[in-house]
Design a protein around this ligand. Structure first.
Ligand code: CO8
Length: 258
């Protein structure tokens, strides 16, 4: 297992857990943290025993309060391109389903990291926002795109142009947050969901993720092609034979990830 300074990793059966671990700085995402996070997610992604990954923040106050403003303040455009954007690209390429467990603030890059995940579980006190405009910039890790696709142009405009913080329940009502749970219960609830996902045939879960993400990146006709090909490809897996046989034999399927 790699040595990390700003994150913690652990495993709970078939679920990998990554905790952003700079609680005094509200888990602000410095360049090294993003590099470590990308590395840890890639490690879990390569590990056949891991079927779902939960990302959370340490401490009670925040998932992450954004990119590290103190580190960014003196950076040049080239620094930003070279030091930071590669890690974000690597996180986006992770094929294993990702669940964000959000307690407290998910702001700026923190909100963008949450939206890079595939499902979002939040405590009732969680607050989401894209406050970059308040410090003279705009979201730079997908916020203008993912937020707009999730909640629509008008609400995204308001959030990004005012920098307002929005409570979890309001975003659940708009479709961004999967479920809101009592304060402090976000990790337990995310793990419960993760274990449900981890019980499924893992290759099918990855191809389902890939196909759903295609809905954001391709015209409908291309997305339908991708889905059809991924669906057919699953007929090459032992898990597909097992799943269908188990249904016919009226028993629970035992998936092996092959
Ligand atoms: N960066 C660095 N340090 C931070 C950050 C941050 N984003 N957020 C909080 N901290 C630090 C504070 O400076 C403070 O440190 P110290 O004790 O040394 O002064 C400590 O964390 C605790 O914070 P506060 O005292 O401010 O706590 P409060 O409870 O009073 O306030 C807030 C909490 C409202 C969350 C407040 O800290 C805040 O507004 N933080 C900044 C939020 C923000 O603007 N986020 C957006 C940053 S920009 C961004 O994310 C762009 C992403 C693009 C990435 C693209 C890369 C390619």
């Amino acid at each position: 297992m790699a040595e990390y300074h700003y994150i913690l990793t652990e495993r709970d059966e078939h679920v990998g857990i990554v905790t952003l671990n700079r609680p005094k700085e509200l888990n602000a995402l410095n360049f090294q943290l993003i590099e470590e996070l990308a590395h840890a997610l890639e490690d879990f992604d390569r590990d056949e025993a891991i079927h779902c990954i939960v990302i959370t923040g340490s401490g009670e106050k925040a998932f992450a309060a954004g990119a590290d403003i103190k580190e960014m303040a003196d950076k040049s455009p080239i620094d930003m391109l070279q030091d930071s954007s590669d890690g974000w690209r690597r996180i986006k390429r992770v094929r294993t389903p990702l669940i964000a467990a959000v307690g407290g603030y998910a702001l700026g890059g923190g909100c963008e990291l949450v939206m890079t995940c595939d499902m979002i579980v939040a405590s009732e006190n969680a607050r989401f926002g894209q406050p970059e405009i308040l410090i003279g910039v705009i979201p730079g890790a997908g916020g203008t795109q993912r937020l707009t696709r999730a909640i629509g142009k008008y609400r995204a405009m308001e959030m990004i142009l005012t920098g307002a913080q929005i409570p979890a329940q309001e975003l659940a009502d708009l479709g961004l947050v999967n479920r809101v749970v009592p304060k402090g219960k976000h990790l337990d609830a995310a793990l419960e969901l993760a274990h449900k996902v981890a019980e499924q045939a893992p290759i099918a879960a990855r191809l389902a993720k890939e196909s759903i993400l295609a809905a954001f990146e391709t015209p409908l006709a291309d997305g339908l092609e991708i889905e059809q090909k991924n669906f057919s490809l699953l007929f090459a897996t032992e898990d597909m034979r097992e799943g269908m046989r188990a249904f016919i034999e009226k028993r629970k399927a035992e998936f092996k990830g092959r």
